[in-house]
Structure formats: structure tokens, C-alpha cells
Design a protein around this ligand. Structure first.
Ligand SMILES: C[S@@+](CC[C@H](N)C(=O)[O-])C[C@H]1O[C@@H](n2cnc3c(N)ncnc32)[C@H](O)[C@@H]1O
Length: 278
């Protein structure tokens, strides 16, 4: 299933979930038995999308406030570096995948101008709505389209986007290899993928302090601000389960990306991976 987004049609119909079931050719019994991580727990693979959906439904309304609180505002710097590394120009087409409340979309919208297009795609309707309202309040709507989609089966034409970003989204995706292949398919030859994600701290002391902070403070802040400590415990656990810098680089290469490199930020707490399609 392929779809070319129409930037002038930002209505709810953009946000329908495409039916991807026909694309799943695996044996259903095998699929039902497969286990996957959800934070530190193992759950049946087919349950992960729903569990992740519950997390983001619960946190959507306070997502931006919590991001600032938990990262002391540093996520803005990580995102600024991502934008600067994108080399996006006027007239280009950008996919902000797992784009949530649209921080990157807002910046890209200004960069691509009226001739360009930014597609904010996310699997979660609540997050998309928060993003759309925020961007409209900023007066940004002319060159933005909203699409509800699973990163594993992107509903866009082959070779469509000049640049794809996925910021703090990949670790929530059930089948990361499949999602990376899907991104490769919809990226133009010469196009660039940027993966901004939590990663493995470079120094032992930093790692210990970070563990202490994330396993105590994050659930506590979640309890106080959103009345939901479990979602923020999942956040801390999912960060530890994310493939480290080298493994993610390898996964991007396996999906077909070339010239893959990464840049550690804040001592490797976060890494920005870049890859190209030839
Ligand atoms: C931590 S938020 C990141 C939002 C935004 N990119 C940012 O950096 O602030 C993760 C987002 O990934 C989305 N997500 C999770 N699984 C997804 C999937 N399989 N496909 C697309 N989006 C997904 C969630 O709905 C959520 O909006």
C-alpha cells in the first residue's frame, strides 16, 4: 500500500490506520509464541504495539512538560543538533517518523518552506493530536501533513523522502529491523536517515549516576506530574534495552544504509546515527 501525502489535506482522514495485515506473511502460530521485550519484561510479540500505545495515550497531554523536566531541557539541544545535521533545504520532503508532538516537524516546516513538505507520522492518535494542535498554535500548517502509521510498514511510495528522522521513537518499535527497511524503501537515493535515540553512556561513573537518576527520579516525576509511574519506569527500562551505538549502526547497515556513522551526545546518553541510501 502506497500513499502520497497531500499537504493541503490535514484532516482527520490523514490519520486513519492503514490495514497492514495482508503484508504479514509469517505463520500465525509462530508469531503468537514469539516473545519480545517491553522494558525489562518479556511479553508476546503481538502485544507490544498495544502496550506502547497505552504508554503514549497516558503521557500524551503532559509529554512536552515531562520532556523538559526529565532532561532539564537538554532534549532541545539534542534536537537542534539533529536538525543541523539534516542538511534539509527549501523544497524538500521530510518524514518526521514517530514524530509525536512535532518538535522536529516545527523546525523542518520552516526549513523546507512553502514548496516543501513535512510529514509528521506516528502510530498514536493522541500524540498526533497534541502535535497538530501545538503546530497550528504556532501558525504552522501550510506544508505539514499528518499520517497515523506504524514505522514497520510505512504507507508511502518508494524513494519519496529526501530526509527521514526518527527521534526517541525507534526503541518503542516492535520490529526495529523491519522499520529500518521500511524507512530505507521510502527514502530517495541520496537521501539521509537520522536516528536520534537514547544509547549507552561512555563512562562507568556517568552510567551509574544515570541509572540511579532514571530508575528513581523518572517514575517519581511520572507519578507527580502524570499520576503514572509505570509509563516512566517503562521509559527507563526501554532505554536500557535499546541496542547500543555499534549494534544500531550495524542494524542500519543491514537494512541497506551506507556511510553509517554516529555522534555521541551528553557522554553517550544519547546518540545521533546518520545513514544514507545510495
Ligand atoms: C518518546 S516519543 C518521541 C516523540 C518525538 N519524536 C520527540 O522526539 O519528542 C515516541 C513516539 O513514538 C511513537 N511510536 C511508538 N511506536 C511506534 C511505531 N511502531 N510507529 C510509529 N510511531 C511509533 C509513539 O506514539 C510516540 O509518539
Amino acid at each position: 500500500m502506497s500513499q502520497t501525502p497531500d499537504k493541503h489535506d490535514n484532516t482527520q482522514q490523514d490519520c486513519s490506520v492503514p490495514n497492514f495485515s495482508a503484508q504479514n506473511s509469517r505463520n500465525p502460530d509462530q508469531e503468537n509464541q514469539e516473545q519480545i521485550d517491553f522494558g525489562f519484561r518479556q511479553i508476546p510479540k503481538q502485544e507490544k504495539v498495544k502496550r506502547v500505545e497505552d504508554v503514549f495515550n497516558s503521557v500524551a497531554e503532559k509529554y512536552d512538560v515531562m520532556n523538559d523536566l526529565m532532561s532539564f531541557g537538554i532534549h532541545r539541544l539534542w534536537k537542534k543538533i539533529t536538525i543541523e545535521s539534516s542538511s534539509v533545504r527549501k523544497g524538500q520532503k521530510v518524514l518526521d517518523l514517530a514524530g509525536g508532538t512535532g518538535d522536529l516537524t516545527a523546525k523542518f516546516s520552516n526549513l523546507v518552506g512553502d514548496e516543501g513538505l513535512v510529514v509528521l507520522a506516528d502510530i498514536n492518535d493522541a500524540m498526533l493530536k497534541m502535535g497538530r494542535n501545538k503546530l497550528r498554535d504556532k501558525g504552522l500548517f501550510k506544508n505539514i501533513a499528518y499520517v497515523q502509521a506504524n514505522a514497520e510498514a510505512l504507507p508511502f511510495a518508494d524513494n519519496y523522502f529526501d530526509c527521514i528522522t526518527i527521534s526517541f521513537g525507534l526503541r518503542n518499535v516492535t520490529d526495529k529491523a523491519k522499520a529500518l527497511r521500511s524507512m530505507w524503501r521510502v527514502l530517495k537515493p541520496g537521501g539521509r536517515l537520522l536516528v536520534l535515540e537514547f544509547s549507552k553512556p561512555e563512562y562507568k561513573l556517568l552510567s551509574k549516576a544515570y541509572d540511579l537518576y532514571s530508575f528513581t527520579m523518572l517514575p517519581l516525576m511520572g507519578k507527580l506530574v502524570v499520576d503514572d509511574s509505570d509509563s516512566y519506569r517503562y521509559l527507563a527500562e526501554s532505554i536500557r534495552m535499546m541496542p547500543d551505538q555499534k549494534r544500531l549502526k550495524q542494524m542500519m547497515e543491514e537494512a541497506g544504509f551506507v556511510d553509517v556513522s554516529y555522534h555521541n551526545m551528553t557522554g553517550g546518553i544519547v546518540a545521533l546515527h546518520t545513514g544514507f541510501k545510495f
